[in-house]
Design a protein around this ligand. Structure first.
Ligand SMILES: NC(=O)c1ccc[n+]([C@@H]2O[C@H](COP(=O)([O-])OP(=O)(O)OC[C@H]3O[C@@H](n4cnc5c(N)ncnc54)[C@H](O)[C@@H]3O)[C@@H](O)[C@H]2O)c1
Length: 259
């Protein structure tokens, strides 16, 4: 059996209705996982259809993943599905690329709630099941803004740095229980985060900012990645191929944070 075979596993992927999460869900299902496609948008249903039409297994969970009740329901759905549990904390929103002086309370709170508190709530909810099973893997979608100060605004940067801390603490705390937790840190990726997804979250970003607003990407001639390139690394970190990789913050950015 391949170490990247997910047969017998149920993997929750948040933000799987679009972008990086959608492709991650498709690739995990191709490798035999039952994917819980969790998203605040109905697009989760479309991704489930894409997976099942291709012969894979998936079910949708539509709701705001920063809500404790939704988290409890999603984890119960995954546990009822059965098998070894995995988690990809991927749902996220942008801020308005403002520094602290210009950041509104609402933007700060929504960004922290969705990008950091939601992964915490889900991590807390899945851990008892993983500990009982004696195995588990979690991958968090961070950002270059997990590692640098110049990749986004204050709220997004703080949320993604916080996610790096949650990743390392979870990795260290449960390492002796065969539970791993890692973070991918993408640079610019061609997804809907600046456009349609922002609208779902009541305009967290002015779409006119566009990807080019992320100055370092714009200035350095680094290309924008495809969601596929990030999903491949998420799948790798979640898989048994990465059985001794724990607590890593892995840039997948074409060299942006190296500069
Ligand atoms: N696109 C980039 O350039 C880039 C760069 C670095 C990191 N990231 C990170 O990648 C992750 C995925 O984003 P993407 O670029 O694929 O964007 P995307 O907007 O295409 O997908 C994000 C999905 O998350 C969902 N979502 C948002 N809030 C939610 C909530 N409260 N509950 C449930 N679902 C919710 C959206 O509906 C959307 O389907 C995010 O965490 C983002 O911060 C993206």
């Amino acid at each position: 059996m391949s170490l990247q075979d997910f047969a017998g596993q149920t993997i929750i992927v948040t933000g799987a209705g679009s972008g990086i999460g959608r492709v991650t869900a498709l690739r995990l299902a191709e490798r035999g996982a039952h994917v819980i496609v969790a998203d605040i948008s109905d697009s989760a249903e479309d991704v489930v259809k894409e997976i099942t039409d291709a012969g894979g297994q998936a079910s949708a969970a539509v709701g705001d993943i920063s809500d404790q009740q939704v988290v409890d329901d999603v984890v119960a759905q995954a546990v009822d599905t059965g098998g070894r549990l995995g988690l990809v904390n991927n749902a996220g929103i942008m801020d308005k690329f403002d520094g602290a002086a210009e950041t509104e309370d609402a933007v700060w709170e929504r960004c922290l709630r969705i990008n950091l508190t939601a992964p915490f709530l889900l991590t807390r909810a899945v851990l008892p099941h993983m500990r009982k099973a004696g195995v588990g893997a979690i991958v968090n979608t961070g950002s270059a803004a997990s590692l640098r100060g110049a990749a986004a605004g204050a709220a997004y940067t703080a949320s993604k740095h916080g996610l790096a801390g949650l990743t390392r603490n979870t990795a260290y705390t449960y390492s002796r229980e065969n539970i791993r937790c890692n973070l991918v840190a993408p640079g610019g990726v061609d997804t809907n985060i600046m456009t349609t997804s922002a609208a779902v979250n009541e305009g967290d970003i002015d779409p006119s900012h566009g990807l080019a607003a992320i100055t370092p990407v714009h200035e350095s001639a680094l290309r924008t990645a495809e969601p596929e390139e990030i999903a491949a690394i998420i799948v790798f970190l979640l898989s048994d191929t990465a059985s001794d990789v724990n607590g890593v913050l892995l840039p997948v950015d074409g060299g942006w944070v190296a500069g």
